[in-house]
Design a protein around this ligand. Structure first.
Ligand code: HAM
Length: 422
């Protein structure tokens, strides 16, 4: 019989690796909540139109990568490719602007994009997403990026850098777009077929193209910085000085346009050179105007998302973390010891000790091998003889030294011993 496999690009997260996910989620919640973010959970499926209108019809995500399908009544639905649009929709739908002026939300969960799977790029992946609505203050842009860096620091991520840019606003971007369109018209023959089409519909997207000859064709292209209006220039300048005040290093990246159309003014990415082709660990920016475009109040917004798979790949490179190692392993020899050991382990667990048991017994050698594999520091060796004598040896697995533990009140004796060792 043919075995059923998971869908390509959609991965199981197995017990042996789930602790990485739990550690990242716990730290994310701690950091985000300390900055005033509250969790929001939106559905994984939304109307296709929500993403088409927010991310942009001519982006790669909407054109090529969405999992969209008609439901039984023929309405087009989409597995969410990102969280921002859904959070904005929920904010409008539930009239949340009636609450305080500045509101901060976060969401952790799976996203779906039909990209070609490779290391760090999957079809189901997970994001930690943070969004702030309500004010346009550049101080908030700096705080959002500062928080992102604090979070990565707390996790001990190494080898990442913060890149920032300003994409201008609806007033100044058309001038840049015009200049870029004129520039690209002269390079038309050098562009890939996709970019040749993009230069008419959405010329900024050409900056995103990974094709070598398109990158070469952009040599000498106009830069957004030179087209910013005085307000955007001032906003971006203040973002940079607030970042410096907070001691957050950054690099200006005038070619970074991000892959979603809703951005304006500040955009940023956390990049690394340690994950091969997938260099963005997280990214975000300001999207004033999106809320209004989706039928809500005219409120500014800014946020970012971190790709959890990429973050965990980086963490695995920079440190080893094998989850909670049991405090104690109980090895048993003989039928009576098997039953007594089983009872003892349950009692220890009830008192907060991570005790592991040698289910099924086996030879002492094989049980010690199991304990060693788990990395357990102490093993209690319980045989029928020990039960008779009322004392059992507790072996320190690294020094190989043994102490005698009284079995009269073994739980308390073991707890006290482990407390003294910690
Ligand atoms: P994004 O740049 O499309 O932005 O995605 C953010 C992060 O998600 C990326 O930097 C990457 O780490 C991860 N990611 C994206 N696609 C994949 C994939 N196929 N496999 C693995 N990881 C992936 C957004 O999604 C925006 N909604 C961020 C935002 C929030 N902007 C404002 N607020």
């Amino acid at each position: 019989m043919e075995r059923i496999q998971a869908i390509k690009g959609m991965n199981d997260i197995l017990p042996s690796e789930v602790h990485w996910w739990q550690a990242v989620e716990t730290t994310a919640r701690e950091v985000l909540e300390s900055f005033g973010y509250r969790e929001i959970r939106t559905p994984i499926v939304e109307k296709l139109e929500l993403f088409a209108r927010s991310i942009g019809e001519s982006t790669d995500i909407v054109e090529k990568e969405m999992y969209s399908f008609p439901d039984r009544k023929g309405r087009w639905l989409t597995l969410r490719p990102e969280a921002t649009a859904s959070i904005v929709r929920a904010y409008i739908q539930h009239n949340l602007q009636a609450d305080p002026l500045v509101q901060k939300f976060y969401c952790i969960g799976p996203m779906f994009r039909h990209e070609r799977p490779q290391k760090g790029r999957y079809r189901q992946f997970h994001q930690i997403d943070a969004e702030v609505f309500g004010i346009e203050d550049p101080m908030l842009d700096a705080e959002v990026m500062f928080m992102l860096c604090r979070f990565l620091e707390r996790l001990g991520v190494q080898g990442v850098g913060l890149h920032i840019n300003s994409l201008g606003c609806r007033r100044c971007r058309p001038d840049f777009r015009e200049a870029l369109t004129a520039f690209l018209a002269h390079r038309a023959g050098e562009l890939c077929p996709d970019c040749d089409r993009r230069r008419h519909v959405n010329p900024l997207r050409v900056f995103d193209c990974k094709v070598e000859r398109c990158r070469d064709a952009l040599d000498g292209a106009p830069e957004l910085q030179d087209y910013l209006c005085p307000d955007c220039r001032d906003h971006f300048h203040r973002v940079q000085s607030y970042l410096s005040d907070l001691g957050t290093p950054f690099e200006l990246d005038p070619r970074m346009v991000r892959g979603l159309d809703y951005y304006m003014r500040t955009t940023f990415e956390v990049v690394t050179d340690r994950l091969g082709a997938q260099n963005a660990v997280g990214g975000g920016g300001r999207y004033d105007g999106l809320m209004k475009d989706l039928g809500g109040p005219d409120l500014p917004g800014i946020g970012f998302a971190i790709g959890m798979e990429r973050l965990i790949l980086l963490l695995q490179q920079s440190r080893s973390h094998s989850g909670r190692v049991p405090d104690l392993f109980v090895a048993v020899l003989g039928d009576r010891a098997l039953r007594e050991g089983f009872r003892l382990v349950q009692g220890l667990r009830a008192r907060g000790i991570a005790a592991e048991f040698s289910y099924g017994g086996g030879s002492l050698k094989s049980q010690m091998r199991r304990a060693d594999k788990l990395g357990v520091p102490h093993v209690l060796i319980l045989g029928d003889e020990e039960l008779e004598s009322g004392k059992a040896p507790l072996r320190n697995m690294s020094s190989k030294e043994q102490v005698e533990i009284s079995l009269a009140d073994a739980e308390t004796a073991l707890m006290e011993y482990l407390r003294r060792c910690s």
